[in-house]
Write a protein that binds this ligand. Structure first.
Ligand code: 5GP
Length: 119
């Protein structure tokens, strides 16, 4: 069982204890606009359950991880970027540039995004 000490600011967003622009929520995942958007559409899709990083996923998490992709597709349609395309990003730990230790998928689009890595 994951203890409260694993909580990040994202747990408070899921419980609506702090403000966030939530665009979708169901029993498994929550999607909300990134506070510092890197493109016209920048939404974070996160499991409601605390999974700290991509390195912590288990087979038990398969339904939740599948839901992240389904919701990414739905939200991309809602945002009107399904046709033009978008990028889904999951950063993992220090070298991946992960800042918040609550697994999250970035949905980024609304303009051409350029090369995936700049160096
Ligand atoms: P990471 O670098 O961990 O992959 O991405 C974390 C993302 O969370 C960043 O893009 C950052 O702007 C976003 N973020 C951090 N704190 C908050 C917050 O309190 N609210 C929202 N909506 N986004 C946040």
């Amino acid at each position: 069982m994951v203890s409260m000490s694993n909580e990040t600011i994202f747990s408070k967003i899921i419980r609506k204890e702090i403000p966030a622009d939530i665009v979708y929520q169901d029993d498994l995942v929550t999607a909300f606009r990134d506070i510092a958007p890197k493109a016209p559409t920048h939404i974070l899709i996160i499991p409601n359950k605390i999974i700290p990083t991509a390195a912590d996923v288990t087979t038990e998490d398969e339904p939740t991880l599948g839901r992240l992709f389904i919701v990414a597709r739905k939200v991309a349609e809602q945002e009107g970027i399904a046709q033009s395309g978008y990028r889904l990003i999951v950063n993992c730990k220090e070298h991946g540039g992960q800042e918040v230790d609550h697994l999250h998928m970035h949905l980024v689009g609304g303009q051409p995004l350029g090369p995936m890595l700049t160096h």
